[in-house]
Write a protein that binds this ligand. Structure first.
Ligand code: ASP
Length: 591
């Protein structure tokens, strides 16, 4: 037998018992006449004790040969510790070791297997199996498992059926590039890996499955960031005979259930915010509503007073950073302005106003505006003495995006993004289509299967170009703390409307038929009204744990170049494989 207990479960009540434990050597502390060893497994750490009085010389010598990460089995007696450690659950006891087997030796690990490791990202990824031994990574994976199991419980309880959809499919245009797989049996032809099971889940609704879900891998060949991976997981759902509000209620229910059961956090009801409002108030379709600092538009007060920069701007808009006037020296404000002028943000400049305690103002635009003028801005922005006003101007859409960056940065600096504070909301009524001047066609803001609002359907079938620009989508995103957790929509289920959408998106009827004939055809056999949503599963796990990177919630993630540095993928394939797959061989390539 390898163990009677695990390394996390022995307590005072076990004192006197003879036990067997197996695990990894975390570290040893040799004091000469006695030696302590921390034994670790997934469940915890237990202290082992060897001492001259009770341990045979032979056993002591053997213990001294142990290095970090050796795998051992010990037999011994649970005894009360002389000096207790209240930082770990097993801290009241230790094991007086009477027998020791070395089950496997270990080379010295390339980084320390501790909560705070000295290993850099690349090294940790190369030896991911060692990295996963570290408690923070292990806990993240355990957390993920918990969220997955609870999601299944909730959805099954609501009558959802888990259906698996294929991974070798034909490309669905959802905005990203496809990963493709050559077909040996169909020379010159390729499958695509699904960017999502979108069309399949819609077909399951046509098939009468009514409520579908799947915790499913999706593949997108995009440039990577901390919160993106080429393969990631979604909680993907679809429902028939539902309105938008029923979908929202269901998935608000799921989100609340997960926070409650996994984190013991009660979330309040999720407010709804229109896309236009989100853009106007926060300059973002995923606003972080843990703090205010909402945008205040100043066109009516700041334009036409002789300050050319404002006069030429489409929008003058600012935020009020409460109590920050004293904290920012001229030099700090210069640095902040330069931060805003970096190419990543691209602001031309930054106008600031300090509201002094005596009701006067100090600002960069004092030459152009009287204290009376500025007082009006301060009033509109609800500013108090001690506040700092930060104002941008320019083309409306760009300026809002820039101010969003500044608001988030100020929120961070002012400590307004409190860990443990969760502020979910639904963003609704996105534009359906975005006009692409260069390509001379529209893009779908969500994807091509999203329906317009019911009142916009007629307009979509019959309206002119301008009408198309103003159509609203029956789509929704769930946002928590500035992170898009998921999104979905009520779908088009009518062939004529879907054909019209493809046309607006630049498909000829032949192209639409070739790519989506199966779906258009299915719509002719009694497709019910339906809609759904998908949550980014890795992302919701990270957000629930207050983390920004999804990497530690994925057992074997890829790096920024899309590489798995542990198995060294992607890699070249054999010449024979090229031939078998009817691909151009590398030999030909070199000629
Ligand atoms: N398939 C969509 C996505 O992956 C989600 C949905 O519309 O249900 O974003």
């Amino acid at each position: 037998m390898y163990r009677t207990h695990n390394c996390g479960e022995l307590r005072m009540q076990h004192v006197g018992q003879e036990i067997t434990l197996s695990g990894w050597v975390q570290n040893t502390n040799d004091l000469g006449y006695m030696m302590f060893l921390n034994l670790r497994d997934r469940y915890g750490i237990t202290q082992l004790a060897f001492n001259e009085e009770n341990t045979s010389k032979e056993l002591f010598e053997k213990a001294r040969t142990l290095g970090r990460e050796f795998v051992i089995r010990i037999k011994g007696e649970v005894i009360e510790r002389a000096s207790k450690n209240d930082k770990i659950p097993t801290g009241s006891i230790e094991i007086l070791v009477k027998g020791l087997d070395i089950l496997n030796a270990s080379r010295v690990p390339p980084f320390t297997i501790e909560d705070e490791t000295d290993g850099g990202e690349d090294l940790r990824m190369k030896y991911r199996y060692l990295d996963i031994r570290r408690s923070p990574v292990q806990q993240s994976l355990i957390f993920r498992s918990h969220v997955a199991i609870e999601s299944r419980k909730y959805l099954a309880g609501e009558g959802f059926i888990e259906v698996e959809t294929p991974n070798l499919i034909k490309s669905t245009p959802e905005g990203a590039r496809d990963f493709v797989v050559p077909s040996r049996m169909n020379p010159g032809q390729f499958y695509a890996l699904p960017q999502s099971p979108q069309t399949f889940k819609q077909l399951l609704m046509v098939a009468g499955m009514d409520k579908y879900f799947q915790i499913v891998k999706c593949f997108r060949d995009e440039d990577l960031r901390a919160d993106r991976q080429p393969e990631f997981t979604q909680i993907d759902c679809e429902m028939a005979f539902v309105t938008r509000d029923e979908v929202l209620r269901n998935f608000e229910g799921l989100t609340k259930y997960l926070f409650k059961t996994v984190c013991n956090i009660e979330l309040a009801d999720f407010p709804l915010m229109q896309y236009d409002d989100a853009m106007r108030r926060y300059g973002s379709d995923k606003p972080d509503t843990r703090f205010g600092m909402e945008f205040c538009e100043l066109n009516d007060l700041a334009k036409n007073k002789g300050f050319v920069v404002f006069d030429n701007a489409e929008l003058v808009v600012g935020i009020c950073a409460e109590g920050q006037a004293n904290g920012y020296s001229n030099k700090d404000l210069k640095n902040l302005t330069e931060w805003m002028q970096r190419p990543q943000i691209g602001a031309k400049g930054l106008v600031w106003v300090k509201v002094n305690a005596d009701g006067t103002f100090k600002s960069t635009v004092g030459k152009f505006f009287s204290d009376e003028d500025i007082k009006e801005w301060a009033e509109k922005m609800n500013a108090k003495p001690g506040d700092l006003l930060l104002i941008l101007s320019g083309e409306a859409e760009k300026t809002r995006k820039q101010l969003n960056e500044l608001r988030l940065e100020m929120g961070r600096r002012m400590g307004l993004m409190k860990p443990g504070d969760f502020k979910p909301l639904w963003v609704v009524e996105f534009p359906l289509l975005e006009w692409d001047e260069e390509a001379g066609r529209f893009h779908a803001m969500h994807h091509p299967f999203t329906s317009p609002l019911p009142e916009d359907e007629e307009k979509m079938l019959g309206g002119d170009h301008e009408t198309m620009k103003n159509l609203k989508a029956n789509a929704y995103d769930l946002v928590i703390n500035g992170v898009e957790i998921g999104g979905g929509s009520i779908r088009i289920h009518d062939r004529a409307l879907q054909e019209k959408n493809f046309k607006l998106l630049g498909f000829t009827p032949e192209e639409a038929e070739a790519q989506f004939g199966f779906l258009l055809g299915a719509f002719e056999y009694g497709a019910p009204p339906h809609g759904g949503i998908a949550f980014g599963f890795d992302r919701i796990c990270a957000v629930m744990r207050g983390q920004t990177s999804i990497r530690d919630f994925i057992a074997f993630p890829k790096n920024n170049m899309g590489r798995d540095v542990m198995i060294d993928a992607p890699s070249v394939i054999d010449e024979g494989q090229y031939e078998e797959l009817y691909l151009r061989s590398t030999a030909e390539d070199e000629v």
